[in-house]
Design a protein around this ligand. Structure first.
Ligand SMILES: [Zn+2]
Length: 330
């Protein structure tokens, strides 16, 4: 089995490799461990391996692997986020959906994140399908603390407990996920990480904010070439990153609308307030709404799997047009 991108935790890897080799993969896997320890990374690998049609799954070259890498595989379904636990209605929908045959291949996989935050009612509903899942259905349940799950759920799943990474493995993660950071920063992150990767979320968010500020800066300049450069830079990024950057841009423009409406800019606490203030100085609230519309449409297209280069092309035209109108208005 191919665990590219998942480091350490040799026992878990050996267990999964053996299960895949024997083709006796448990229908419910429960991955436990503290935030940032790699639960989602491992769940993604297992889900990809379950739908992969190549050798040494996930092979990264078959059609299923291509789709799962793009997060567009119809048989890998993700539920639950940090902000919102899985609701009982979603579990009821899952129970109906889990009985239907997979769309593409032989298996379908549900990844249930933050299972510890599910209400007892939702867990009870989930238990029903966990007791007798169809042969083609697999569940990967992620949780911080097993104690928050019903014992009946815990007892129906095979457990994988993840451990913090060694310094050597942590260095490999940092080199892979944060290429180009300084040696001092790299050493500091290793020393302070405690073997878990929670800092990666902050680093990634900062990177998205920086990219959104470049887009905002280009809009402030009203220069067509600057807009072209800033938007085209998105083409080198992954789909999820493009969505996150556009969402950050939308927040900056929304803040600009708040400022334009005459509200005190002290209401806006973000560090990038100066971008919102400068946008408000250049663009009318109506123009701000047009920018938000264009960014929202681009973000939605991205989620619908439309090619990133196609959507950036359309976004460049729209933003350049809005910027040109702002200029002529003086
Ligand atoms: Zn594959």
């Amino acid at each position: 089995m191919n665990f590219k991108g998942f480091y350490g935790n040799e026992r878990a890897k050996a267990y999964l490799s053996a299960a895949f080799a024997r083709n006796s993969i448990p229908h419910a896997l429960l991955i436990a461990g503290e935030p940032g320890i790699g639960k989602k990374t491992l769940a993604d690998i297992i889900a990809r391996a379950l739908v992969c049609t190549g050798e040494n799954a996930p092979c990264e070259s078959c059609d299923a692997c291509y789709k799962s890498a793009n997060r567009s595989h119809p048989d890998i379904i993700r539920l639950g986020t940090e902000d919102e636990s899985v609701k009982v209605d979603e579990i009821r929908a899952l129970k109906r959906d889990a009985l239907l045959r997979p769309n593409d291949g032989e298996r379908k996989v549900y990844i249930i994140d933050h299972a510890e935050a599910m209400t007892h009612q939702a867990q009870d509903a989930f238990l029903k399908i966990l007791e007798e899942p169809p042969l083609f259905t697999f569940f990967i349940i992620l949780c911080y603390n097993l104690c928050d799950l019903l014992p009946t759920i815990v007892s129906r799943a095979a457990h994988i407990s993840l451990s913090p990474l060694s310094d050597t493995d942590m260095l490999r993660v940092i080199d892979e996920r944060l290429p180009g950071i300084s040696a001092e920063k790299r050493d500091l992150l290793v020393q302070t990480s405690g073997g878990v990767c929670t800092f990666l979320v902050d680093e990634k968010n900062k990177e998205f904010t920086d990219a959104a500020e470049i887009l905002a800066g280009a809009l402030i300049s009203r220069d067509e070439f600057e807009i072209f450069k800033a938007v085209s830079a998105l083409e080198k990024r992954e789909r999820d990153a493009v969505v996150s950057i556009l969402n950050e841009l939308i927040i900056i423009i929304r803040d600009a609308c708040v400022i334009s409406s005459g509200a005190l800019s002290t209401l806006i606490s973000r560090a990038d307030k100066k971008y919102a203030e400068n946008i408000a100085a250049v663009y009318s609230p109506k123009a701000c709404c047009e920018i938000i519309d264009s960014a929202t449409q681009a973000s939605a297209s991205c989620l619908r799997n439309i090619g990133v280069s196609h959507l950036t092309g359309s976004l460049i035209c729209k933003l350049a047009d809005i910027a040109a109108k702002a200029v002529s208005k003086g």
